[in-house]
Ligand binder design. Structure first.
Ligand code: B12
Length: 210
């Protein structure tokens, strides 16, 4: 049996090599990549998030853990992507201006690709203009991520920029990140919100069909 607790602990402790080793072992034992991600890597990062909130750990520890998490997701990524012949559509995804958190955004991008979307990753600290340009370049959906209450308002600013550019009716906007809620999505006029990467892919499918 693969040890999910050991994987989550290794992420929390920022042990990149151990994460790599344990993830490879779990795969060799036949554990599903989705389970390794959801029951191992993400659990570790969420627990560390709680400790960070309570002032038990600080930014350097979180950074080291984020790198360990990245190592794990790099191994899983090719396995989570299934070969899809025809693209379901193009999603441009990014973390909003002022915000550097990219782990959740990367997972959402990975799930979208796995579902069959073409994903344009705009990166972190993405300006409203860069989102607007992505729509001009052909994105049918934009996905915005924000992890800070101070950067959430950039989502509304970006939607306003799309309106000002006359592009709002040409694109669906979906948003997410730990502080985001459905209520907030409704308030700023986004087309959809989802709480995690798996439901984000389902949401994108609904939005493209609409
Ligand atoms: C890792 C981390 C960091 C790392 C980021 C590394 C990286 N490369 O991303 C570092 C150390 C750099 C960092 C820095 C800071 N951080 Co920080 N960080 C976190 C932490 C611990 C985990 C975030 C994470 O990766 N979670 C795991 C992923 C998988 O979850 P997720 O991001 O929520 O994503 C999921 C969903 O939300 C959803 N989703 C996400 N995006 C999208 C997008 C779409 C379109 C959809 C549909 C869904 C979706 O799907 C994802 C997968 O399931 C959180 C704590 C927490 N509980 O969130 C704090 C947290 C977000 N950070 C916080 C703070 C305060 C900071 C700093 C200001 C600290 C400082 N004093 O410098 C800086 C800000 C830097 C900046 N300008 O962005 C606070 C924010 C508080 C607030 N209310 O605003 C938090 C909540 C910690 C806390 N409780 O105090 N941080």
């Amino acid at each position: 049996m693969a040890d999910m607790l050991a994987i989550s602990t290794a992420v929390k402790e920022g042990r990149r090599k151990i994460v790599e080793q344990l993830v490879n072992e779990a795969l060799a034992e036949g554990e599903k990549p989705e389970d390794i991600l959801n029951k191992g890597l993400i659990v570790g990062m969420n627990e560390l998030g709680e400790q960070f909130k309570n002032g038990e750990v600080y930014v350097p520890e979180v950074l080291v853990a984020a790198r360990a998490m990245k190592k794990g997701t790099e191994i899983l990524k090719p396995l989570l992507l299934q070969a899809n012949v025809q693209s379901l559509g193009t999603v441009a995804i990014g973390t909003v201006e002022g915000d550097l958190h990219d782990i959740g955004k990367n997972l959402v991008g990975m799930m979208l690709e796995g579902t069959g979307f073409t994903v344009v990753d705009l990166g972190e600290n993405v300006s409203p203009d860069a989102f607007v340009q992505a729509v001009r370049d052909g994105a049918q959906i934009i996905g915005m991520s924000a992890l800070l209450t101070t950067t959430m308002p950039m989502m509304a600013v970006t939607i306003k920029a799309l309106e000002d550019a006359g592009l709002r009716d040409k694109v669906k906007v979906m948003i997410g990140g730990a502080p985001i809620t459905q209520e907030y999505a409704d308030q700023i006029g986004a087309d959809g919100y989802s709480a995690d990467a798996a439901s984000a892919a389902e949401l994108a499918k609904r939005l493209i069909a609409a």
